[in-house]
Design a protein around this ligand. Structure first.
Ligand SMILES: NC(=O)c1ccc[n+]([C@@H]2O[C@H](COP(=O)([O-])OP(=O)(O)OC[C@H]3O[C@@H](n4cnc5c(N)ncnc54)[C@H](OP(=O)(O)O)[C@@H]3O)[C@@H](O)[C@H]2O)c1
Length: 303
């Protein structure tokens, strides 16, 4: 064994209190061969087993200082302004976090030669001809998608070792906010009617599968652009039916609507989804089926 194999790799995770960030920390901490630092906006972390620092990504000097002090080998950037509708009206904030923030991540990473793993989205596409490969032409419909595409461009021109992961519709285990699955389960158990769109198609991504991909990117030192998504391509309505079936809930409470009925400020890509053949063939990405994912959630969350 070479001495460098005995040194633990350092990984800094931004958005540490967010849905993906906290689960990334949880899983990487289990691996025990990394030194981890989570950073996010709140004063305190939702976890206690890993070091944490409160820092605003958009405060360039503060953020860089945190990075230089820790000197990570990898920066996993899960932080983002993720509210798609608010991004239409709060454009300055969305740009500041999603684009300027990534510029600061890249600037800091370049100085210490850290590898940046950045999370992007299928919202860089217009949803006319999905599912999409890594080679498909981008054309975001809304401001959130525009900021995320701009964030990819920042990294691509930064001269920093980087990997960009595009993903869609995250669901899974996270304490920060209930995901779609938990919302469906709690609503139906409470006897509440829910209105679900039939015209948004994608391949929902189990968060643990995305973390699996991140771990493999670290392990195999993969650079470039990768799609990560689930095994099944289906409408949000069909996804909801699967959840109700699995948890044996009353499906008559699930009402069909179309996206237009919601009158949301931001347009959604309708026929979307991400093909994952590149990740499967290059680093053995193997997502769970929706049923398998729900079984894991049921067990871990006692749902
Ligand atoms: N969720 C999805 O379905 C989905 C789909 C496709 C792609 N993605 C992408 O996946 C990534 C993770 O998404 P997520 O669902 O885990 O998001 P999330 O739960 O909203 O978490 C985002 C995190 O970023 C932090 N953050 C926001 N502004 C910050 C700032 N100025 N400085 C430092 N931290 C800041 C937030 O802190 P606070 O908690 O304090 O606000 C939060 O912890 C994002 O890049 C998102 O674009 C998500």
């Amino acid at each position: 064994m070479f001495p460098e194999d005995l040194i633990k790799k350092r990984i800094l995770i931004t958005g540490a209190n967010g849905m993906l960030g906290q689960r990334t920390i949880f899983n990487l901490a289990l691996a025990k061969n990394y030194e981890l630092l989570g950073v996010s906006l709140e004063d305190e972390a939702v976890f206690s087993n890993v070091d944490y620092k409160c820092v605003d990504l958009t405060n360039r000097d503060d953020f860089k200082q945190v990075v230089y002090n820790f000197c990570p080998d990898f920066i996993i950037n899960t932080a983002a302004f993720t509210n798609v509708d608010l991004s239409e009206t709060e454009r300055e904030t969305a740009w500041k976090v999603n684009v300027k923030g990534v510029e600061y991540v890249a600037e800091a990473a370049r100085v210490i030669d850290a590898h940046v793993i950045h999370i992007s989205t299928d919202y860089v596409f217009d949803g006319k001809r999905g599912p999409y490969s890594e080679k498909s032409r981008t054309n975001p419909l809304g401001y959130y998608g525009r900021t995320k595409l701009a964030s990819e461009n920042v990294l691509n021109t930064s001269g920093v070792f980087n990997t960009i992961i595009r993903t869609n519709v995250l669901f899974g285990i996270a304490d920060s906010r209930p995901d779609f699955v938990r919302w469906v389960v709690s609503s139906l158990r409470a006897g509440k009617e829910i209105r679900i769109v039939t015209d948004q198609i994608n391949n929902p991504t189990f968060i643990d599968d995305l973390v699996q991909a991140i771990s493999k990117i670290i392990e195999f030192k993969k650079y470039g652009l990768y799609n990560i998504g689930g095994r099944e391509f289906l409408s949000r309505y069909d996804f909801t039916i699967k959840i109700a079936d699995y948890f044996q809930l009353d499906k008559s409470l699930i009402k069909k609507i179309v996206t237009e009925d919601l009158n949301q400020p931001a347009k959604r890509p309708l026929k979307s989804g991400l093909l994952t053949i590149k990740a499967e063939s290059e680093f053995g990405f193997k997502p769970h089926s929706i049923e398998e994912s729900l079984a894991i959630m049921k067990k871990e969350l006692s749902l």
